[in-house]
Design a protein around this ligand. Structure first.
Ligand code: FES
Length: 82
């Protein structure tokens, strides 16, 4: 049976873009494109999530990441794979 893909929502609204959302997306895309994490997640860019003071923001499972960093998201993804 094929494993369920995780959805990672990343805000690409203007404040999040200014705070590094684009590089966050690129880092995640690079990391999730190879190795054991390949094909496990789908990145979805969103419009403003109305949490601009915490930019850049991301949502993975039921967790909301303020000032999201690729390392934190990847750590969470890896933990959920076990
Ligand atoms: S721009 Fe990302 S939450 Fe508003």
């Amino acid at each position: 049976m094929k494993a369920h893909r995780k959805l990672v929502f990343i805000c690409t609204g203007s404040d999040c873009k200014k705070s590094g959302a684009k590089s966050l997306c690129n880092e995640l895309k690079a990391e999730l494109g190879h190795g054991s994490l390949k094909g496990t997640c789908q990145l979805i860019k969103t419009k403003c999530m109305d949490r601009c003071k915490s930019a850049p923001v991301a949502i993975l499972d039921d967790h909301f990441f303020k000032k999201a960093k690729a390392t934190h998201l990847l750590e969470k993804i890896k933990l959920s794979q076990k």
